[in-house]
Design a protein around this ligand. Structure first.
Ligand code: FO1
Length: 309
């Protein structure tokens, strides 16, 4: 069985950590969000790709779910001492990766080729593809004005109300090599438990991606990032309330209308199964929180079982 997963950051990485315990990793292709990438200190940082990479390589900081475990931040300390931007936490080993990637980007190599070779270097066997090699950036509209994604998310700690979201560059961006084929050839496509507006939509916005998923005849399963009305991590619940009128797995299912055929929701939301099925989807409830490897494996198993139903 071949599976292609649309992935944001921490939630997706934890789900993938379970999936590779259920399926051989070489059967899994990940299409990762690059619209929250940023240029900082002259370096190109791809937080969501790195979160997936570090998690699958077993070197991620386990509590936060992003960045490297057990690392120092001496370089950033010096940046701060010298009055440079230190609001985005870059640890020393993480910086090493950004240096190597940025150098190769400057030499003209596409992000997709660099990412594949980083995966090989870290011993990661899933095929990790950026949604696009072109520049796409999430811009959020707030009462304080338009903010670039990481200014909104990290610098201002996602405290601003989000009135609208746009994905600069998406309509002209081309899918990275392999993305459309991986969607067409997959037996199952899974939308990871990621923020619909900030992680998944910027992937779907890349030209041709949404159509490639809608054109599939096989199952496309979404795993809800909302449990009991609340986001497991980050501001997805607030965005859903503002932009979709309600924070619930039903609202997530409705948001993916026309794209998904199946929806996995948390046990805590079981009473919403009839409402989700009324949208024309097959749906199941299972525990979806993923604190450890056993829980992640069970969630991945539940998603694949649902896809086969
Ligand atoms: N998230 C934070 O909340 N604060 C940070 O300083 C931060 C630094 C960072 C560095 C490298 C990296 O790969 C991820 C990092 N993240 C940080 C996480 C990341 O910015 C967000 O969680 C995602 O962009 C949202 O999907």
């Amino acid at each position: 069985m071949r599976v292609t997963v649309l992935a944001g950051g921490v939630g997706a990485a934890r789900f993938l950590d379970g999936l590779v315990r259920v399926l051989p990793p070489e059967r899994v292709t990940v299409v990762g969000n690059v619209a929250d990438d940023l240029d900082l200190l002259g370096l190109h940082v791809s937080p969501d790709l790195d979160t997936v990479l570090y998690t699958l390589a077993g070197v991620v900081e386990p509590e936060r779910g992003w960045g490297r475990a057990g690392d120092t931040a001496h370089a950033l300390g010096v940046v701060s001492q010298l009055g440079g931007p230190a609001w985005f936490y870059l640890s020393d080993r993480d910086l090493g990766l950004h240096l190597a990637r940025s150098e190769r980007l400057r030499a003209g190599e596409p992000l997709s080729a660099i990412t594949l070779s980083l995966c090989t270097a870290f011993g990661v066997q899933v095929r990790l593809l950026p949604a696009t090699d072109d520049r796409v950036r999430t811009v959020v509209s707030t009462p304080a004005g338009e903010l670039d994604f990481q200014t909104y998310f990290v610098r201002r700690r996602h405290r601003d109300e989000v009135l609208a979201v746009r994905y600069e560059g998406a309509t002209t961006a081309q899918p990275a090599p392999g993305v459309l084929d991986a969607l067409a050839a997959a037996d199952v496509v899974i939308v990871a438990p990621s923020n619909p507006f900030l992680s998944v939509d910027p992937i779907l916005a890349v030209s041709g991606v949404r159509d490639a998923i809608a054109a599939r005849s096989g199952p496309t399963v979404a795993v809800s990032p909302i449990v009991g009305g609340r986001a497991v991590k980050g501001p997805a619940d607030r965005l859903l309330r503002t932009l979709a009128g309600e924070s619930s797995p039903r609202a997530v299912a409705a948001h993916y209308d026309g794209l998904i055929t199946h929806m996995l929701i948390d046990e805590a939301d079981r009473e919403l199964l009839p409402a989700i099925r009324a949208l024309g989807l097959r749906a199941a409830a299972a525990p979806t929180l993923m604190p450890d490897a056993a829980a992640r494996t069970r969630v991945a198993q539940a998603a694949l079982e649902l896809a086969g139903s």
